[in-house]
Design a protein around this ligand. Structure first.
Ligand code: SF4
Length: 454
């Protein structure tokens, strides 16, 4: 099929799961656009439907299977390409596999475009990919046709803050997690390449780049490079965008990293730390690589050193053997932790992970109850954190301008801000930094009402 025919090819994309999956879809869409393909959303009529799946929970698997079933029912003649983590582990074995034209796992990402174009499609069920063996796929370099902030390249959502995936895979084996099987061993872009890409993004107009990965703390380990080394190289290269670190495990929050963030303006004062539990017994059952003492030490040092730091944490509640006593132990520990908010996940079994073989399962309704308890505590913490930002100056990235001229954006400290523009407001650009002053807390207790500083 020569490129002139491709102008008519309409391809719809949909993504389930994490930032890494959205980055994969974005890479695919950008590559498709370079072929002249028209990119659409799933609710539009297309020739090809590409579903980028997740498999982190059984729920994500069910969502992928249901989506493929509905697609085939709605579009009997369309081509359906299933990719992503569930395509790597498990989709081939489920009844819906025969409804797909191609099932291409994360270890064969470079073949997805060929499948979209209808070339060399391996028949469902016989693409014998041995798990994790050939994850040698380089992380896609920044596309030459990366759109400027706020510009909606056809079918691509406009972006204000650029999520740059610099690492993939994971060498850890947390007992609840299937990701290492779905994404392979940890590997990263070379430091020099990342620095060049960030310089390019600065030139395109992005004032913030969010570093993402499956296990960002493992950045560069396979070539004796490190996240701290990368940040130092960026500082030396005087890159223009500010940097946000998407998430880290407590044992990746080193004193060196904290000192670097505290001493330079390069990295946003926001750390999202994947605690997963505040109990040593649970951390052991999860096969996490730190103790509560080490985790508390790391985040307390960060809170003491980095002025105005916003510290968030991931928490899994209702993990097997999380008795009421262990819940209370965690609630007590939480009181001492300098956290500003929580992302709470009720434990959800993932077939094929060691945690499903643990005794002492917690009833589903109890998991949900505990999630509510933690979420209520998080709302309070968030509100206290936002109160501490009142009447302070902040730098937000402009993400959206409403029809009535209000500006919406995110501050360095990860606060959502609604800004009443100054009378003299001119040339407010999406993706650009804007100086504001926080005046009051929004009605939803999750955001700040600000005035533009001139
Ligand atoms: S660190 Fe643990 S939870 Fe995170 S991706 Fe690796 S195995 Fe999964």
């Amino acid at each position: 099929m020569s490129s002139e025919n491709l102008d008519h090819l309409k391809v719809a994309f949909s993504t389930i799961g994490c930032r890494s999956n959205f980055a994969d879809t974005m890479d695919l869409q950008t590559a498709a656009l370079e072929y002249g393909i028209t990119c659409l959303d799933f609710n539009e009529h297309a020739d090809v439907y590409v579903l980028n799946t997740c498999t982190v929970t059984n729920g994500a698997d069910v969502q992928a299977r249901r989506t493929v079933k509905n697609l085939r029912f709605k579009y009997p003649t369309a081509r359906i390409v299933v990719t992503g983590c569930m395509a790597e582990v498990g989709f081939k074995d489920c009844p819906e596999a025969c409804l797909a034209d191609a099932i291409i796992g994360t270890s064969r990402k470079s073949e997805v475009l060929a499948a979209i174009l209808g070339k060399n499609i391996p028949a469902p069920g016989n693409d014998l990919v041995s798990l994790g063996s050939n994850f040698k796929e380089d992380l896609a370099p920044l596309s030459k046709s990366t759109p400027a902030p706020g510009t909606a390249a056809q079918g691509l959502a406009p972006r204000a803050r650029f999520h740059l995936r610099i690492q993939d895979g994971c060498d850890n084996l947390c007992t609840f997690c299937i990701v290492p099987s779905a994404r392979g061993n940890s590997r990263a872009k070379p430091t020099a390449q990342v620095v060049e890409e960030i310089k390019t993004l600065g030139k395109i107009g992005y004032d913030e780049v969010v570093l993402t990965g499956t296990h960002l703390g493992g950045f560069g380990a396979e070539r004796e490079e490190s996240l701290l080394g990368l940040l130092r190289a960026m500082k030396k290269a005087k890159v223009s965008p500010r940097i946000r670190i998407s998430s880290l495990d407590p044992n990746d929050v080193s004193a060196g990293l904290i000192d670097f963030i505290a001493s330079s303006n390069l990295v946003c004062e926001h750390l999202h730390v994947c605690f997963q539990s505040f109990s040593n017994k649970m951390l052991k059952l999860m096969n996490r690589r730190y103790t509560m003492t080490e985790a508390i030490e790391a985040v307390s040092y960060a809170a003491a050193k980095i002025k105005g730091l916003c510290l968030g944490a991931d928490l899994i509640c209702g993990f097997p053997q999380e008795t009421d006593d262990i819940l209370n132990e965690q609630l007590t520990a939480f009181k001492e932790l300098p956290l500003s908010y929580l992302h709470v996940f009720p434990y959800s079994e993932r077939q094929g992970t060691p945690a499903t073989r643990l005794s002492g399962s917690i009833a589903l309704n109890k998991r949900r109850e505990r999630a509510q308890t933690w979420r209520a505590l998080s709302v309070e913490r968030r509100s206290d954190y936002l109160k501490s930002k009142l009447n302070t100056e902040m730098e937000i990235i402009v993400e959206r301008i409403t029809p009535d001229g209000h500006i919406l954006g995110t501050s360095r400290e990860y606060a959502s801000c609604a800004v009443s523009p100054a009378a003299s407001a001119k040339n407010i650009k999406i993706g650009r930094v804007l100086k504001v002053q926080a005046k009051e807390i929004g009605a939803n207790k999750e955001s700040l009402i600000c005035l533009q500083q001139t």
